[in-house]
Ligand binder design. Structure first.
Ligand SMILES: Cc1cc2nc3c(=O)[nH]c(=O)nc-3n(C[C@H](O)[C@H](O)[C@H](O)COP(=O)(O)OP(=O)(O)OC[C@H]3O[C@@H](n4cnc5c(N)ncnc54)[C@H](O)[C@@H]3O)c2cc1C
Length: 287
């Protein structure tokens, strides 16, 4: 759609250019949301595509995903075999049900900063304990967990003029076993609930709830909990008022699906543990 209030597009080439921020500016990443609805408050778009940020880097410490990495680039990424969480990357990319045009333009940073409850890059990053690296206008940077960065539907901890530079996914998260569940009201609809469970080598279990809630919620357990313990932890950790309400799902449906999908994830891990000969149960939880 034409954005009639926008009078200029600025194309910075280096970090110093980003400091020339003015009221009415917006960072332009893939533009798949910015150009999808009227933006009457905007006067300029600051195009991030020429900053030359690498889409990703694999290091000894983990995976660094540049904010301008597209969903399509991330989906094509081949990760080291020891990073057994790798299938989760593709599962989360495919939870963004856009056409190939959207996939090739939409960026990881744009998805996280837009902070829709159905943002699958938020789900991926939160579940794998990723950290946001934010560039601040004074030339410094600050870091915060993705799970803390998203404050609510289309609300983040970004201050004016701050920019998300990249997300850091630590090796420890990438080495966890994962289980993924997602549901939408319609076959091509946005996620109404997207839950990810992870289990580390010591048996610690973390459940990350997204899409059904306005912001990500995580519940941690020293071992795989039993069904009643998991149910109680979700009931305690997610107040009814936190369930999201929009055309993609009513709060009571999202709440119901959250409990159902969480139990499916728990059962999946329980089944795998039985096959491995290691039940690894514990009733305790910290949410
Ligand atoms: C058909 C269709 C289906 C979609 N499905 C989904 C879906 O399932 N889930 C979902 O979450 N979204 C969905 N979207 C919305 C949107 O396309 C995606 O969220 C996409 O990932 C946004 O990324 P982008 O790079 O296009 O962001 P843009 O549209 O360029 O920007 C989005 C917002 O983030 C800000 N921003 C971008 N990059 C940065 C940065 N590095 N630092 C700070 N701020 C930044 C922008 O200023 C803007 O406010 C869909 C859109 C369409 C058209």
């Amino acid at each position: 759609m034409d954005l009639n209030s926008v009078a200029a597009i600025v194309v910075p080439r280096e970090r110093d250019d980003l400091r020339k921020w003015e009221p009415g500016d917006a960072w332009l990443a893939g533009g798949t949301w910015l150009f999808s609805e009227p933006q009457p408050a905007l006067r300029r778009l600051v195009d991030l595509s020429r900053l030359g940020w690498p889409p990703y880097q694999i290091t000894d410490d983990g995976l660094v995903v540049g904010a301008t990495c597209t969903i399509a680039e991330l989906d094509r990424l081949e990760l080291p075999g020891a990073w057994i969480a790798a299938p989760l990357v593709g599962q989360c990319c495919r939870a963004l049900l856009g056409s190939f045009k959207i996939w090739n333009m939409a960026t990881v940073g744009g998805n996280i900063c837009l902070a829709l409850p159905a943002g699958p890059m938020i789900s991926l990053a939160a579940a794998l304990d990723a950290t946001c690296v934010l560039w601040t206008p004074d030339g410094a940077e600050r870091r915060m967990a993705v799970v803390d960065f998203v404050l609510g539907s289309q609300q983040t901890a970004l201050a004016p003029c701050e920019i998300l530079r990249c997300i850091d996914l630590p090796v420890a998260g990438l080495r966890r076993r994962t289980a993924f569940r997602q549901i939408s009201l319609s076959p091509n609809g946005r996620s109404g609930a997207l839950l990810i469970g992870t289990l580390d080598a010591a048996g610690a279990f973390i459940l990350t709830v997204t899409a059904s809630t306005r912001r990500p919620r995580q519940m941690s357990f020293p071992n795989l909990p039993d069904a009643a313990t998991l149910h109680a932890a979700i009931a305690r950790g997610i107040p009814d008022t936190l369930y999201h309400d929009d055309v993609h799902g009513a709060p009571d449906w999202r709440r119901h699906m959250t409990f159902l999908l969480a139990e499916e994830i728990r059962s999946e891990f329980q089944g795998r543990a039985a096959v491995d000969g290691n039940a690894g149960f514990d009733g305790s939880a910290s949410a």
